[in-house]
Ligand binder design. Structure first.
Ligand SMILES: NC(=O)c1ccc[n+]([C@@H]2O[C@H](COP(=O)([O-])OP(=O)(O)OC[C@H]3O[C@@H](n4cnc5c(N)ncnc54)[C@H](OP(=O)(O)O)[C@@H]3O)[C@@H](O)[C@H]2O)c1
Length: 517
C-alpha cells in the first residue's frame, strides 16, 4: 500500500495508463507497478514517471516478426498494424511461392469482420524456408555441410545452412502462429536469428510445445530465448482471397511470460511417479503426495523480472484492442491452458470420429458415457501434476464433473462450428492430436497413470487421418485439379513448385520428374 499511497501524494490520482502518458510504450498490463518500481540492484534510482522510465530503458528493436501466415497469423499481424504508433511488422514466409505471391500482390492484409473489410499495409516480408525434422534432427535442408553436427552432437549453425534468399536479420520479438505440428520446423529455420534476449510468443492449441522447443531447438539454457504463451479463443478462417482473414468469433487472448530457467531456480517440485502398478488388482491410490524439495526457493521468486523484449511484446499485444488480450501469471495461465485442453481432448477427437459439428456430442446418452470416461482420465492426470500441487482449489477446478460442465459449455457455444481437428482430417492434413490427447497420455505415463481411453482415441484419430490421406494421395500427382480447386503443388527444398511445371520439366531441378515415377 505504501507505494500506492506515495504515488498519490500529488493530490490527484495519476494512472500508469492515464492521459499524461502519451509515450507509446507507456506502461500497461500485469505487474505494472512492480516493473516500474526500482529493484534493489538497480542504480541509479528510476523516475516514477512511466514515460521517463521507458526512455531510460529503451526497447532495442520494436520490430515484431510473425511466422505461420494462416488465419491466426494474418489476424495478429493485421491487428498490430491497427494501433497508434504501430510497431514495424515483418511477415516471415516459409516458401518462395508464398513470398512471390505477396510481392506480386498489393502487399496488404485484409480482415473481414461482420462483412466489413479493413485493409492494412506497411508490412515488410522476408523468407525462412521450413526445415524438415526427423528424430529430433534437421534433415534435407541441402546445406552441403557433410558434418552438420559438432563433436558434442549439437547441430552447428553454419553460413551454408542459410539458403538462397533467406534473411539473416536478428529477431528480437517473434510470434508463432502455425499449428503445433509445424513449430519445430519453423523455429529450425530461424533459430540462428534468435538470441538469448529474444522473446518467442507461442499461440498454438495444445500443450507440450514449449518443452519440445527447449529440448530440440534450444537445449542450451545459456542461449535459450525467453518464452511467452498465449491462449487464443478468437475464431477466424481464411477465404479464397489471398491475404484475407475473416474474424468470425470474438474471443480473447490470455498471455503469460514464462520464467526462464537461466534467471531462476527450477520449481520446487520433484516429478516423481505418484502411482505404481500393483501385482493384484487394487484401487489406485497415490503412492506419496507431491514432493517439495526443502532446499528449493519459494514458488514466487521476487527477483525474477521481465526482460525488455518480453515486456515490450506483452505490452504491445495488451494495447491492441481487437485482440482483447490480458496478462496472467504462469500458474494462472497453466490452469487456463489445462481447462482449454480438457475441452479440446473431448470435442476435437469426438467430432472427428462422428464427422459432425461441435454440437453433435451434446444430448446423447451414449456419447455422454464416452465423455465421462475420457474426462475421468484427463482429470486424474491434471490433478496429479506436481506443478499444481500447491495451488488451492485445483482438485475442485479439475474435478471430472466440473470439466464436464466446461466441455458442455464450449460445445454449446460453438455448436455450429467444425472443429479444427475435423477440418484437418477432412483435408488430409496432420492434426494436433499429439499435443492434445497425446499430451495427457504422455504426462499420465510419466506419473504412472495409464490413459487407455485417450490412447485409443488418439490412435483412432490418427488412423482416420492416415486413411483419408491415403485416399486423397491415391489421386495425386497425376490428376488435374478440378474447376475451382487449388493448383497441385510439389514440395521442394527450393519452395513449392506447381505439379504441372514439374511434369512439363520446367523446373530448375530436372531430376524431379524422375522422383515422381
Ligand atoms: N483459426 C482459429 O480460429 C484458431 C483459434 C484458436 C487457436 N488456433 C490455433 O492457432 C494455431 C494456428 O491456427 P490457424 O488456424 O492459423 O492455422 P492455419 O490457417 O493452417 O495457418 C497455419 C500457417 O502456418 C503455415 N506454416 C506451416 N508450416 C510452417 C512452417 N514450417 N513455418 C512457417 N509457417 C508454416 C501454414 O502455411 P501453408 O498454408 O503454406 O501450409 C499456414 O499458413 C493452431 O494451433 C490452432 O489450433 C486457431
Amino acid at each position: 500500500m505504501g507505494r500506492v499511497a506515495s504515488y498519490q501524494t500529488s493530490g490527484r490520482r495519476r494512472s500508469w495508463l492515464g492521459p499524461e502518458s502519451t509515450e507509446p510504450q507507456a506502461k500497461q498490463g500485469i505487474n505494472a507497478e512492480k516493473d516500474a518500481s526500482p529493484t534493489a540492484n538497480e542504480a541509479p534510482r528510476m523516475s516514477r514517471n512511466p514515460a521517463e522510465f521507458y526512455r531510460a530503458q529503451p526497447v532495442r528493436d520494436r520490430r515484431i516478426h510473425v511466422m505461420g501466415l494462416g488465419s491466426v497469423g494474418y489476424f495478429i499481424a493485421h491487428s498490430l498494424k491497427g494501433i497508434p504508433n504501430a510497431p514495424p511488422v515483418t511477415l516471415v514466409f516459409h516458401s518462395r511461392n508464398g513470398l512471390k505471391q505477396w510481392e506480386e500482390s498489393p502487399k496488404r492484409l485484409q480482415c473481414v469482420t461482420d462483412r466489413d473489410t479493413e485493409r492494412r499495409e506497411g508490412y515488410d516480408a522476408d523468407l525462412a524456408l521450413s526445415r524438415s525434422r526427423y528424430h529430433g534432427k534437421e534433415v534435407g535442408s541441402n546445406t552441403g555441410d557433410p558434418f552438420p553436427e559438432g563433436s558434442d552432437g549439437q547441430e552447428r549453425p553454419s553460413a551454408e545452412s542459410i539458403m538462397y534468399g533467406e534473411s539473416t536479420e536478428p529477431i528480437n520479438s517473434l510470434i508463432l502462429c502455425m499449428k503445433s505440428t509445424h513449430v519445430l520446423s519453423a523455429l529450425s529455420s530461424v533459430k540462428h536469428r534468435l538470441h538469448k534476449d529474444s522473446v518467442i510468443c507461442f499461440l498454438q492449441n495444445g500443450m507440450g510445445i514449449v518443452e519440445e522447443v527447449s529440448k530440440e531447438i534450444f537445449p542450451d539454457v545459456a542461449t535459450r530465448p525467453h518464452y511467452m504463451v498465449g491462449i487464443n479463443s478468437h475464431g477466424m478462417h481464411r477465404t479464397d482471397d489471398p491475404f484475407t482473414v475473416v474474424h468470425a468469433g470474438f474471443g480473447a487472448i490470455s498471455l503469460g511470460i514464462l520464467p526462464n530457467e537461466r534467471d531462476r531456480e527450477p520449481a520446487p517440485y520433484t516429478p516423481t511417479p505418484k502411482f505404481a502398478a500393483h501385482s493384484s488388482p487394487q484401487p489406485i491410490e497415490p503412492v506419496r503426495p507431491a514432493n517439495p524439495s526443502p532446499s528449493a526457493p519459494p514458488v514466487t521468486d521476487s527477483n525474477s523480472t521481465f526482460t525488455t523484449n518480453s515486456r515490450y511484446l506483452l505490452r504491445t499485444l495488451l494495447r491492441t484492442p481487437v485482440l482483447c488480450a490480458a496478462g496472467f501469471s504462469p500458474p494462472d495461465l497453466l490452469q487456463l491452458q489445462l481447462e482449454k485442453l480438457a475441452a479440446n481432448c473431448i470435442i476435437n477427437p469426438l467430432t472427428v470420429m462422428l464427422d459432425g459439428r461441435n454440437g453433435s456430442i451434446l444430448y446423447n446418452y451414449s456419447l455422454t458415457r464416452v465423455i465421462r470416461l475420457l474426462l475421468s482420465e484427463v482429470s486424474l492426470v491434471i490433478r496429479s501434476l506436481p506443478e499444481l500441487q500447491y495451488i488451492p482449489n485445483v482438485q475442485q477446478r479439475f474435478d471430472p464433473g466440473r470439466l464436464e460442465t466446461v466441455v458442455v459449455g464450449v460445445a454449446n457455444r460453438t455448436s455450429d462450428n467444425i472443429s479444427s481437428m475435423l477440418a484437418d482430417v477432412r483435408a488430409g492434413r496432420q492434426t494436433e492430436i499429439d499435443y492434445i490427447n497425446g499430451w495427457i497420455v504422455k504426462k499420465g505415463e510419466e506419473m504412472g497413470v495409464k490413459c487407455f481411453m485417450n490412447f485409443m482415441l488418439m490412435h483412432m484419430v490418427k488412423g482416420k487421418g492416415g486413411f483419408i490421406q491415403m485416399e486423397l494421395g491415391e489421386g495425386v500427382p497425376f490428376v488435374e485439379p478440378r474447376l475451382g480447386e487449388e493448383e497441385v503443388m510439389i514440395k521442394d527444398a527450393f519452395g513449392d513448385i506447381p505439379l504441372a511445371d514439374v511434369v512439363a520439366g520446367e523446373t530448375s531441378t530436372p531430376e524431379e520428374p524422375e522422383k515422381l515415377r
